[in-house]
Write a protein that binds this ligand. Sequence first.
Ligand SMILES: Nc1ncnc2c1ncn2[C@@H]1O[C@H](COP(=O)(O)OP(=O)(O)OP(=O)(O)O)[C@@H](O)[C@H]1O
Ligand SMILES: [Mg+2]
Length: 315
Amino acid sequence: MKQPLAMTGVRPAALQERADRPARPDEGRSAVALAQAAVRIGPRTIWSDVSLSVDRGDFVALLGPNGAGKSTLLKVLLGALPLAAGSARVLGEAPGEANRAIGYLPQRRAFDAGTRLRALDIVRLGFDGDRWGLPLPVSLPRALGERWSRGREARDRVAEALELVGAAPYAQRPIGELSGGEQQRVLIAQALVRQPRLLLLDEPLDSLDLPNQAAVAGLVARICRDQGVAAVLVAHDVNPLLPYLDRVVYLAHGRAVEGPVREVMTSATLSDLYEVPVEVLHASDGRLVVVGQPEAPAHHHDRHVMGPGEHGHAG
Ligand SMILES: Nc1ncnc2c1ncn2[C@@H]1O[C@H](COP(=O)(O)OP(=O)(O)OP(=O)(O)O)[C@@H](O)[C@H]1O
Ligand SMILES: [Mg+2]
Protein backbone atom coordinates (compact mmCIF):
# COMPACT_ATOMS: atom_id res chain seq x y z
CA MET A 1 0.00 0.00 0.00
CA LYS A 2 1.50 3.25 -1.04
CA GLN A 3 1.30 6.03 1.49
CA PRO A 4 -0.29 9.25 0.31
CA LEU A 5 2.77 11.30 1.01
CA ALA A 6 3.06 14.94 0.18
CA MET A 7 5.44 16.18 -2.46
CA THR A 8 7.68 19.11 -1.91
CA GLY A 9 6.94 22.32 -3.67
CA VAL A 10 8.53 24.72 -6.06
CA ARG A 11 12.15 25.78 -6.16
CA PRO A 12 12.08 28.61 -8.65
CA ALA A 13 15.71 29.57 -8.19
CA ALA A 14 16.75 26.21 -9.52
CA LEU A 15 14.86 26.51 -12.73
CA GLN A 16 16.85 28.87 -14.84
CA GLU A 17 17.07 27.38 -18.29
CA ARG A 18 20.51 26.56 -19.57
CA ALA A 19 21.45 28.84 -22.41
CA ASP A 20 22.88 26.07 -24.54
CA ARG A 21 20.06 23.63 -24.10
CA PRO A 22 16.61 25.12 -24.34
CA ALA A 23 13.85 22.96 -22.94
CA ARG A 24 11.52 21.36 -25.40
CA PRO A 25 8.12 22.97 -25.23
CA ASP A 26 6.48 19.71 -24.13
CA GLU A 27 9.10 18.97 -21.54
CA GLY A 28 7.92 21.12 -18.68
CA ARG A 29 9.44 20.73 -15.27
CA SER A 30 9.03 17.00 -14.93
CA ALA A 31 12.27 15.02 -15.01
CA VAL A 32 10.83 11.67 -13.98
CA ALA A 33 7.23 10.57 -13.80
CA LEU A 34 6.38 6.98 -12.93
CA ALA A 35 2.74 6.04 -12.43
CA GLN A 36 1.65 2.69 -10.98
CA ALA A 37 4.74 1.21 -12.53
CA ALA A 38 5.72 -2.44 -12.22
CA VAL A 39 8.77 -4.37 -13.38
CA ARG A 40 9.07 -8.05 -13.97
CA ILE A 41 12.31 -9.91 -14.57
CA GLY A 42 11.49 -13.40 -15.75
CA PRO A 43 8.65 -14.69 -13.62
CA ARG A 44 9.43 -12.35 -10.71
CA THR A 45 7.78 -9.03 -10.12
CA ILE A 46 10.58 -6.89 -8.70
CA TRP A 47 8.30 -4.06 -7.66
CA SER A 48 4.84 -2.83 -8.52
CA ASP A 49 2.52 0.11 -8.00
CA VAL A 50 5.46 2.50 -7.85
CA SER A 51 4.58 6.13 -8.48
CA LEU A 52 7.26 8.73 -8.45
CA SER A 53 7.57 12.30 -9.58
CA VAL A 54 10.87 14.14 -9.76
CA ASP A 55 10.98 17.70 -11.02
CA ARG A 56 13.90 19.69 -12.33
CA GLY A 57 16.05 20.87 -9.46
CA ASP A 58 14.91 18.03 -7.20
CA PHE A 59 17.38 15.90 -5.30
CA VAL A 60 15.83 12.56 -4.46
CA ALA A 61 17.42 9.58 -2.70
CA LEU A 62 16.46 6.05 -3.62
CA LEU A 63 16.83 3.83 -0.56
CA GLY A 64 16.11 0.23 0.32
CA PRO A 65 17.74 -3.09 1.13
CA ASN A 66 19.87 -5.10 -1.28
CA GLY A 67 17.81 -6.60 -4.04
CA ALA A 68 14.86 -4.23 -3.54
CA GLY A 69 15.14 -3.06 -7.13
CA LYS A 70 16.88 0.30 -6.88
CA SER A 71 19.28 -0.29 -9.76
CA THR A 72 16.39 -1.83 -11.66
CA LEU A 73 14.47 1.42 -11.27
CA LEU A 74 17.32 3.41 -12.79
CA LYS A 75 17.49 0.93 -15.67
CA VAL A 76 13.80 1.43 -16.28
CA LEU A 77 14.35 5.18 -16.48
CA LEU A 78 17.12 4.58 -19.02
CA GLY A 79 14.82 2.46 -21.15
CA ALA A 80 16.96 -0.63 -20.58
CA LEU A 81 14.11 -2.55 -18.95
CA PRO A 82 10.45 -2.35 -19.98
CA LEU A 83 7.62 -1.80 -17.56
CA ALA A 84 5.20 -4.67 -17.03
CA ALA A 85 2.49 -2.21 -15.96
CA GLY A 86 1.96 1.48 -15.51
CA SER A 87 3.71 4.30 -17.31
CA ALA A 88 7.00 6.16 -17.30
CA ARG A 89 8.11 9.51 -18.72
CA VAL A 90 11.66 10.75 -18.50
CA LEU A 91 12.37 14.37 -19.38
CA GLY A 92 9.00 14.43 -21.08
CA GLU A 93 9.72 11.43 -23.29
CA ALA A 94 9.48 7.67 -23.23
CA PRO A 95 12.34 6.05 -21.29
CA GLY A 96 15.42 5.74 -23.49
CA GLU A 97 14.49 8.66 -25.75
CA ALA A 98 16.22 11.33 -23.69
CA ASN A 99 19.28 9.38 -22.65
CA ARG A 100 21.68 11.92 -24.10
CA ALA A 101 20.42 14.36 -21.52
CA ILE A 102 21.00 11.92 -18.67
CA GLY A 103 24.19 11.54 -16.69
CA TYR A 104 24.30 7.97 -15.46
CA LEU A 105 26.72 6.52 -12.95
CA PRO A 106 26.35 2.74 -12.87
CA GLN A 107 26.80 0.73 -9.71
CA ARG A 108 30.11 -0.92 -8.74
CA ARG A 109 32.80 0.61 -10.77
CA ALA A 110 36.42 -0.21 -10.25
CA PHE A 111 39.55 0.50 -12.18
CA ASP A 112 42.39 -1.91 -12.18
CA ALA A 113 45.50 -0.39 -10.65
CA GLY A 114 47.18 -0.79 -14.04
CA THR A 115 44.66 1.36 -15.90
CA ARG A 116 46.76 4.04 -17.55
CA LEU A 117 43.95 6.28 -18.82
CA ARG A 118 44.17 9.65 -17.19
CA ALA A 119 41.31 11.01 -15.14
CA LEU A 120 40.57 13.58 -17.80
CA ASP A 121 40.42 10.88 -20.51
CA ILE A 122 37.71 9.14 -18.49
CA VAL A 123 35.70 12.35 -18.28
CA ARG A 124 36.29 13.02 -21.95
CA LEU A 125 34.81 9.62 -22.80
CA GLY A 126 31.64 10.75 -21.06
CA PHE A 127 31.51 13.71 -23.40
CA ASP A 128 32.07 11.71 -26.55
CA GLY A 129 30.49 8.41 -25.67
CA ASP A 130 27.11 7.32 -26.85
CA ARG A 131 26.90 4.74 -24.17
CA TRP A 132 27.71 4.55 -20.51
CA GLY A 133 29.55 2.29 -18.25
CA LEU A 134 33.17 1.69 -17.75
CA PRO A 135 35.15 2.76 -20.74
CA LEU A 136 36.65 -0.53 -21.77
CA PRO A 137 39.96 -0.39 -23.57
CA VAL A 138 38.60 -1.31 -26.99
CA SER A 139 40.83 0.49 -29.47
CA LEU A 140 40.86 3.32 -27.02
CA PRO A 141 43.95 5.15 -28.20
CA ARG A 142 42.56 5.38 -31.72
CA ALA A 143 39.08 6.34 -30.52
CA LEU A 144 40.53 8.99 -28.27
CA GLY A 145 42.83 10.23 -30.99
CA GLU A 146 39.97 10.76 -33.41
CA ARG A 147 37.80 12.36 -30.85
CA TRP A 148 40.47 14.59 -29.46
CA SER A 149 40.33 16.60 -32.61
CA ARG A 150 36.79 17.61 -31.84
CA GLY A 151 38.28 20.57 -30.22
CA ARG A 152 38.02 23.20 -27.73
CA GLU A 153 34.46 22.87 -26.48
CA ALA A 154 35.03 19.34 -25.30
CA ARG A 155 38.24 20.30 -23.55
CA ASP A 156 36.53 23.18 -21.79
CA ARG A 157 33.65 20.99 -20.69
CA VAL A 158 35.98 18.32 -19.38
CA ALA A 159 37.99 20.86 -17.44
CA GLU A 160 34.82 22.42 -16.07
CA ALA A 161 33.43 19.06 -14.91
CA LEU A 162 36.71 18.09 -13.27
CA GLU A 163 36.84 21.45 -11.55
CA LEU A 164 33.25 21.11 -10.38
CA VAL A 165 33.92 17.84 -8.57
CA GLY A 166 37.26 18.96 -7.22
CA ALA A 167 39.21 16.48 -9.34
CA ALA A 168 41.26 19.05 -11.24
CA PRO A 169 44.40 18.46 -9.15
CA TYR A 170 44.62 14.84 -10.31
CA ALA A 171 43.19 15.25 -13.81
CA GLN A 172 46.47 14.17 -15.40
CA ARG A 173 47.03 11.13 -13.23
CA PRO A 174 46.22 7.58 -14.35
CA ILE A 175 42.79 6.63 -13.01
CA GLY A 176 44.11 3.30 -11.73
CA GLU A 177 46.43 5.10 -9.33
CA LEU A 178 43.73 7.24 -7.74
CA SER A 179 42.02 6.33 -4.48
CA GLY A 180 38.47 5.00 -4.54
CA GLY A 181 37.11 8.36 -3.53
CA GLU A 182 39.12 10.19 -6.16
CA GLN A 183 37.96 7.73 -8.83
CA GLN A 184 34.42 8.28 -7.69
CA ARG A 185 34.72 12.02 -8.22
CA VAL A 186 36.17 11.50 -11.67
CA LEU A 187 33.23 9.26 -12.57
CA ILE A 188 30.80 11.83 -11.28
CA ALA A 189 32.55 14.35 -13.51
CA GLN A 190 32.04 11.90 -16.37
CA ALA A 191 28.31 11.81 -15.60
CA LEU A 192 28.24 15.61 -15.52
CA VAL A 193 30.31 16.45 -18.56
CA ARG A 194 27.46 16.56 -21.05
CA GLN A 195 25.59 18.95 -18.81
CA PRO A 196 22.74 16.53 -18.27
CA ARG A 197 19.31 17.57 -17.16
CA LEU A 198 18.87 14.40 -15.12
CA LEU A 199 21.47 12.61 -13.01
CA LEU A 200 20.94 8.94 -12.19
CA LEU A 201 23.63 7.98 -9.69
CA ASP A 202 23.77 4.38 -8.49
CA GLU A 203 25.55 4.38 -5.13
CA PRO A 204 27.97 7.21 -5.79
CA LEU A 205 28.84 7.32 -2.08
CA ASP A 206 29.97 3.71 -2.07
CA SER A 207 33.62 3.45 -1.02
CA LEU A 208 33.84 7.05 0.14
CA ASP A 209 34.82 8.01 3.66
CA LEU A 210 32.44 10.18 5.67
CA PRO A 211 33.90 13.57 4.71
CA ASN A 212 33.85 12.58 1.06
CA GLN A 213 30.30 11.25 1.30
CA ALA A 214 29.26 14.63 2.63
CA ALA A 215 31.26 16.42 -0.05
CA VAL A 216 29.74 14.43 -2.91
CA ALA A 217 26.23 14.77 -1.47
CA GLY A 218 26.78 18.52 -1.18
CA LEU A 219 28.12 18.66 -4.71
CA VAL A 220 25.06 16.91 -6.16
CA ALA A 221 22.78 19.17 -4.16
CA ARG A 222 24.58 22.24 -5.48
CA ILE A 223 24.29 21.05 -9.08
CA CYS A 224 20.56 20.48 -8.60
CA ARG A 225 20.07 23.88 -7.01
CA ASP A 226 22.27 25.98 -9.25
CA GLN A 227 21.65 24.29 -12.56
CA GLY A 228 18.11 23.00 -12.25
CA VAL A 229 19.30 19.43 -12.73
CA ALA A 230 17.20 16.65 -11.23
CA ALA A 231 19.09 13.91 -9.39
CA VAL A 232 18.07 10.44 -8.29
CA LEU A 233 20.79 9.04 -6.06
CA VAL A 234 20.82 5.44 -4.83
CA ALA A 235 22.24 5.11 -1.33
CA HIS A 236 22.30 2.69 1.55
CA ASP A 237 22.65 5.27 4.28
CA VAL A 238 20.41 8.30 4.26
CA ASN A 239 22.44 10.16 6.85
CA PRO A 240 25.09 11.83 4.71
CA LEU A 241 22.28 13.04 2.47
CA LEU A 242 19.96 14.36 5.16
CA PRO A 243 20.97 18.02 4.94
CA TYR A 244 20.43 18.10 1.19
CA LEU A 245 17.52 15.91 0.18
CA ASP A 246 14.20 17.07 -1.14
CA ARG A 247 12.58 13.66 -0.92
CA VAL A 248 13.29 9.98 -0.54
CA VAL A 249 11.91 6.95 -2.27
CA TYR A 250 12.12 3.86 -0.12
CA LEU A 251 11.83 0.54 -1.93
CA ALA A 252 11.25 -2.70 -0.05
CA HIS A 253 9.10 -5.79 -0.37
CA GLY A 254 8.23 -4.97 -3.93
CA ARG A 255 6.66 -1.67 -3.01
CA ALA A 256 7.71 1.93 -2.58
CA VAL A 257 6.93 4.90 -0.42
CA GLU A 258 7.89 8.36 -1.51
CA GLY A 259 7.91 11.66 0.29
CA PRO A 260 9.93 14.03 2.44
CA VAL A 261 12.47 12.32 4.70
CA ARG A 262 10.54 13.13 7.85
CA GLU A 263 7.45 11.40 6.49
CA VAL A 264 9.07 8.33 4.96
CA MET A 265 11.74 7.62 7.56
CA THR A 266 9.34 6.97 10.40
CA SER A 267 8.65 3.85 12.42
CA ALA A 268 5.07 3.72 11.18
CA THR A 269 5.82 4.10 7.48
CA LEU A 270 8.76 1.67 7.38
CA SER A 271 6.95 -0.90 9.55
CA ASP A 272 4.08 -0.76 7.14
CA LEU A 273 6.40 -1.13 4.16
CA TYR A 274 8.38 -4.04 5.61
CA GLU A 275 5.33 -5.57 7.27
CA VAL A 276 7.32 -6.12 10.45
CA PRO A 277 8.00 -3.71 13.30
CA VAL A 278 10.79 -1.31 12.37
CA GLU A 279 11.92 1.52 14.58
CA VAL A 280 13.48 4.75 13.39
CA LEU A 281 15.57 6.31 16.13
CA HIS A 282 16.80 9.88 16.13
CA ALA A 283 20.34 10.20 17.41
CA SER A 284 21.27 13.35 19.28
CA ASP A 285 23.43 14.48 16.34
CA GLY A 286 20.47 14.32 13.98
CA ARG A 287 21.28 10.97 12.37
CA LEU A 288 18.58 8.43 11.79
CA VAL A 289 19.06 4.85 12.86
CA VAL A 290 16.74 2.21 11.47
CA VAL A 291 16.39 -0.72 13.84
CA GLY A 292 14.81 -4.06 13.16
CA GLN A 293 14.46 -4.04 9.41
CA PRO A 294 14.65 -7.53 7.95
CA GLU A 295 18.04 -8.87 7.00
CA ALA A 296 19.16 -8.10 3.51
CA PRO A 297 19.17 -11.11 1.24
CA ALA A 298 22.66 -12.57 1.19
CA HIS A 299 23.20 -12.53 -2.54
CA HIS A 300 25.98 -9.97 -2.55
CA HIS A 301 29.29 -11.07 -1.20
CA ASP A 302 31.51 -8.53 -2.79
CA ARG A 303 30.82 -5.47 -0.80
CA HIS A 304 30.01 -4.09 2.57
CA VAL A 305 26.27 -4.05 3.03
CA MET A 306 24.59 -1.51 5.22
CA GLY A 307 20.98 -0.85 6.00
CA PRO A 308 19.68 2.65 5.46
CA GLY A 309 20.18 3.69 9.04
CA GLU A 310 23.40 1.96 9.90
CA HIS A 311 26.62 3.84 10.38
CA GLY A 312 29.30 1.24 10.31
CA HIS A 313 31.10 3.03 7.55
CA ALA A 314 33.70 1.18 5.65
CA GLY A 315 35.65 4.31 4.86
N1 LIG B 1 19.22 -9.55 -15.25
C1 LIG B 1 18.60 -10.05 -14.18
N2 LIG B 1 18.11 -11.31 -14.20
C2 LIG B 1 17.47 -11.82 -13.12
N3 LIG B 1 17.26 -11.16 -12.00
C3 LIG B 1 17.71 -9.91 -11.93
C4 LIG B 1 18.41 -9.28 -13.00
N4 LIG B 1 18.73 -8.02 -12.65
C5 LIG B 1 18.26 -7.87 -11.39
N5 LIG B 1 17.65 -9.00 -10.96
C6 LIG B 1 17.03 -9.20 -9.65
O1 LIG B 1 16.18 -8.11 -9.40
C7 LIG B 1 16.21 -7.76 -8.03
C8 LIG B 1 16.52 -6.29 -7.90
O2 LIG B 1 17.89 -6.07 -8.30
P1 LIG B 1 18.56 -4.63 -8.21
O3 LIG B 1 19.92 -4.78 -8.74
O4 LIG B 1 17.66 -3.66 -8.84
O5 LIG B 1 18.55 -4.41 -6.64
P2 LIG B 1 19.18 -3.20 -5.82
O6 LIG B 1 18.09 -2.64 -4.97
O7 LIG B 1 19.90 -2.29 -6.72
O8 LIG B 1 20.19 -3.99 -4.87
P3 LIG B 1 21.66 -3.57 -4.33
O9 LIG B 1 21.43 -2.70 -3.14
O10 LIG B 1 22.25 -4.88 -3.93
O11 LIG B 1 22.40 -2.91 -5.44
C9 LIG B 1 17.24 -8.67 -7.39
O12 LIG B 1 16.58 -9.72 -6.74
C10 LIG B 1 18.04 -9.18 -8.55
O13 LIG B 1 18.54 -10.45 -8.29
MG1 LIG C 1 21.84 -1.77 -6.98
